[in-house]
Design a protein around this ligand. Structure first.
Ligand code: NAD
Length: 428
């Protein structure tokens, strides 16, 4: 790949940072990665990838010579003028975005007239303006600022980086905006060049819209259950309408993950802080919380009280192909089940290590068949491909009960019922 590619720095080497680093290294840039987590940096230096993301380990290995990892900022500042910021912006108790990591990065920047902060982290609208103000107050007005929100999906993050639907670049017409557009040029994606506030809003609005679509189809599913319609047929019929589109019309047990819950809540809070009550998003969040809990009612419908019942959770990650457990619906399910007196045994092919950090009182099995041993009911929580291969007759044999709640409408209903199960899907 061309060696005339601009070197860059990436601050924060989590899901977004590491994928961004690997992606730009694939395109030929030298990438200087910085993280405050010394353990993570040591692992990355040894070639270990701290997260599970398909293709990422191979990409990092392939580009090892171009990827430099450090806990120190200086080498990054020395070698790169574009500093991508990909630190976490988790929710606070109030639902606002916690910007402390972003501000720590901003404060650590020196005076410079040839560097730019390029914000990949998802931040409230107005953050760019406030960072520029902070720079100005500290005599660092020469530091340029660009908003360049990230839209990758965990599970296909590297592919999303390399084949983006669009690249959004929000700036105030400085050199850095042009440099970012040039950096992304080889990807041949539509570029939305706009002002900083609009770029920040694109990210929040896109995630809020997708979350709204999920809550909408979940409510349709719930009405289907009451009326005898099959939501899968309904979603198919709706999705073929090009004005609607088929994506994100999959009913399930609520959205989770590190982005949708916090970004929806952050946009709602942002609106509220600005004096506007965003009613629709309040409903989206409430529907999502209730959706996670509806699974419990499905169990009770067949088992009555859950006291002393054994329940197996098949899958824990918030979706397949990731080990990310942030805001996973399984966390709520496991807690609710135990609060209602059930014991929980779980299996996830990848996310167990992360799950153990966030769940208490749950037993973990090494396989799906191990998890269902002696269970009164099993809940299919994550659509891991290996669950499509399950021999349901064998699953049934291992269980003491005969109830399968398919939280993703993922299993082959006919095969499950032929094996002697009572099948409870979502909206059908
Ligand atoms: N995960 C996603 O799917 C996704 C997609 C699009 C956008 N985003 C946004 O990108 C941002 C990062 O998300 P993530 O999932 O990669 O987070 P993450 O928690 O996986 O990674 C954040 C990293 O930043 C590091 N860090 C924290 N403070 C730092 C500092 N002062 N200096 C250097 N490093 C620091 C942490 O140690 C961690 O390694 C968030 O704002 C998120 O909303 C995430």
């Amino acid at each position: 790949m061309a060696s005339d590619r601009e070197p860059i720095a990436v601050i924060g080497t989590g899901y977004v940072g590491l994928v961004t680093a690997a992606g730009f290294a694939e395109l030929g840039s030298e990438v200087w990665c910085v993280d405050v987590d010394a353990d993570k940096i040591e692992r990355l230096k040894r070639g270990e990838i701290p997260i599970y993301e398909p293709g990422l380990a191979e990409s990092v290995a392939r580009n090892a010579a171009r990827l430099h990892f450090s806990t120190e900022l200086e080498p990054a500042l020395e070698h790169a003028r574009l500093l991508f910021v990909a630190v976490g912006t988790p929710p606070t108790y109030s639902g606002d975005a916690d910007l402390s990591a972003v501000h720590a990065v901003v404060e650590s920047m020196p005076r410079s007239d040839h560097h730019a902060l390029v914000m990949k982290s998802t931040v409230p609208v107005g953050t760019g303006a406030s960072i520029k103000r902070i720079f100005a107050e500290h005599g660092k007005e020469g530091f340029a600022y660009v908003s360049c929100p990230e839209f990758l999906k965990e599970g296909s993050a590297l592919q999303d980086f390399l084949e983006p639907d669009r690249v959004v670049v929000g700036d105030d017409g400085n050199w850095a905006g042009d440099a970012i557009v040039k950096l992304y040029e080889p990807l041949d994606a539509p570029v939305v060049r706009t002002d900083i506030a609009s770029a920040e809003m694109v990210k929040l609005a896109a995630n809020a819209f997708l979350a709204t679509k999920i809550s909408f189809i979940n409510e349709i599913a719930n009405v289907c259950e009451e009326t005898g319609a099959d939501v899968l047929e309904v979603a198919r019929g709706m999705g073929l309408d090009q004005r609607i589109g088929r994506h994100f019309l999959k009913p399930g047990i609520g959205f989770g993950g590190s982005c949708f819950p916090k970004d929806v809540s952050a946009l709602k809070q942002l609106a509220g802080n600005s004096g506007y009550h965003f009613q629709l998003l309040t409903a989206v969040i409430e529907v999502n919380e209730l959706q996670k809990r509806r699974v419990i009612a499905k169990l009770q419908k067949h088992l009555g009280s859950l006291v002393g019942r054994h329940v197996a959770l098949l899958g824990l990650a918030f979706k397949a192909n990731t080990d990310d457990m942030r805001e996973a619906s399984s966390l709520v399910l496991a807690a609710r089940l135990q609060a209602d007196g059930a014991t929980v045994c779980a299996y996830d092919p990848i996310a167990e290590e992360e799950a153990r950090k966030r769940m208490s009182g749950v037993q973990f099995a090494d396989s799906a068949l191990g998890a269902v041993e002696g269970a009164d009911a099993a809940i299919l929580v994550t659509e891991w491909p290996e669950f499509a291969e399950l021999d349901w007759a064998e699953v049934k044999q291992r269980m003491s009960g005969d109830l399968l709640v398919d939280g993703r409408n993922f299993a082959d209903r006919e095969a499950v019922e032929a094996a002697g199960f009572i099948y409870e899907g979502i909206g059908r």
